[in-house]
Ligand binder design. Sequence first.
Ligand code: HAM
Length: 422
Amino acid sequence: MAAIEPIPGTSDIWEPEATRWVFLEDTARKTFPLYGYSELRTPIIERTDVFVRGIGGDTEVVQKEMYSFQDRGGRSLTLRPEGTAGVMRAIASLGIGPGDDKRVFYMGPMFRGERPAAGRKRQFHQAGVEAVGKISPVLDAECIAMLCHYLNEIGLSSHRLLVNSRGTREDRQEATQTLRDWFKTRIDQMCEDCRRRLDTNIWRLLDCKVEECREIIDQAPPVMDLLSGESRNFFQQTLECLQASGVNPEIAPHLVRGLDYYQHTVFEVVIDSDNLGAQNAVAGGGRYEIELPGSRKPIPGVGFALGLERLLMALGQDQPTSPSDSIKADIFVAILSKACISSALELCAQLRQRNLRVLCENEVRSMKAQMRTANKCEAKLAIIIGEDEMNENRVTVKHMRESRQETIPRREIVDTAVEALM
Ligand code: HAM
């Protein structure tokens, strides 16, 4: 049969890579609750307006990247491109709103129709957090400190933490005009998207990744200088709280992030690594306000999402994996005849109860063939069950590494195996 590859921008994840994913996920489940966050699992599919309203209709994600379709009932549905909007929908459905303090973390696949590249997938995986309800620089700093704590736990050492403020919606009106006037005189040297964004969304322009545009953007007035005293004060307090938590970020004067819901603090963790290329952000987040369909007031929150594929690449574990060619087990249970199958299955169940990995023979084959399988699965013990052994309530144990075997009473085998494998 011709091999059927996964569609471009998606991957099968085999062992041993799957174990590395579990490590990233387990570390999230261990770290985030230390800061009062509990797990929330939202649907992968939502009504399209959850994302259009949540993320903003003028963002790249909504305009170009969403996997949206009509279901049989004529509803427009979308595979989630990120976690925040769905989390806010779930939280708002509980009646939680401004002034409350609800903290959740989540993880799972997200979908964006981007051009696949190293570190840029169409199905990718995030682990994220959202602290919803309160507006406080203490929360922003704690959220960033938690991100650094997580990165430390997984052993990511060389990364840069960039922070900035986008101010509030009110601040942005005046700032927008100043930025527009500044870029107007340079727009001829910028890309087509930037030219369009000059009038439609100047903040998107600051997020352009084209190298020639970046050189110009780097010369622009720092966003901070264009914000109100109140917003600058909020950012200053966030920086002080970060310092008190032992976190020293770099200020990135033009960091605005690509999603429209951000207000005040924005941050990103970037890696200087060849294999990630332009896709060097392993995590991003910030403070936001989201107005959902049906919600009376915008709901504030702060959070971030980590890209698990990029994290694994940054940790230097990006070798493509292929399925390992055999099952791995601690113990192989061999049988000498069909009559021994029930006894073998009973023993396997008892061994697994003691957390041992057990592979049970499933057809009657020569002992030589069965021992070959035991070797292939790297079993340390092979337990052989024959009719004579069954009648005499004993089993034969072969210590594979030491090439010795012994016969012991059936009732002792589970403890003997546990001890031998300790
Ligand atoms: P984001 O910056 O769009 O933010 O994505 C967060 C992270 O997801 C990125 O830093 C990157 O590591 C990873 N990522 C994004 N797109 C891809 C892709 N196509 N392939 C591989 N990895 C990707 C958000 O999603 C916000 N919801 C974060 C947030 C939470 N802000 C506040 N709360």
